[in-house]
Design a protein around this ligand. Sequence first.
Ligand code: SF4
Ligand code: SF4
Length: 234
Amino acid sequence: MKLQVLKFNPADDPASYYVSGEVEYREQMTAMEALVEFHEQIEPVNFDFSCACRLCGRCAMMLDGIPVLACVTPITDGSHTFEPLQGYPVIRDLIVDKAELDARLSLAYDRVRIEDFSRQTVVPPDFDSATKELIYHAEFCCRCGVCDAACPTVATNPDSYVGPATMTAMAYRFMDHLDQGDRVMEAVSDGMYHCIMCGKCDEVCPQQDIGHLGMWKMLRDAAEKRGIVPGYAQ
Ligand code: SF4
Ligand code: SF4
């Protein structure tokens, strides 16, 4: 298998460059396993990972131009290119700086508490089965940022839209009956209606059952019910 990896070390050289080499393909090999072989046999590569089982979200990168989580992405025998995750500042080789995304996600996931209450006094809503599905799967978001890297609106109009990873957090808290934030208003203000409902986020998400489009529709329905659809979307 022929691999090409984008290398970048700003301390040595302000320009990035590709290094190529061949490693042996094994049945059911993942992209991360191929990269480890390359790192050990051809040229050391800086990349980030921890759990190797789609929980930590740290091994997000581009494989042949598509954002993936390397630990769970199968690789085929052939030629492949590894590059850093699109849309993030590169620190070194395949390691990117996700500080901004992490800060946004921490804020969005923070449960808002306005009035005091106890779990005993709050009656959980009677969610329909579709919403229960959305809640269950949204729990598995590993905050990898792969969806943001695939989103055409984030790529072309980054100031208008916060991106699908953060929208997932807002939708998750919208469905949380113990959260008292106005998540619909937040989603509208953060550009929800700039999303073109293309489904790219859903295609690349390593947690395959997160229902992005279902969550986007749920938030839009709630916004429309309250009459807070921005002028540009009408
Ligand atoms: S929604 Fe999916 S792709 Fe996006 S951050 Fe969460 S796990 Fe990653
Ligand atoms: S559906 Fe919306 S959030 Fe998802 S990739 Fe397309 S534009 Fe981005």
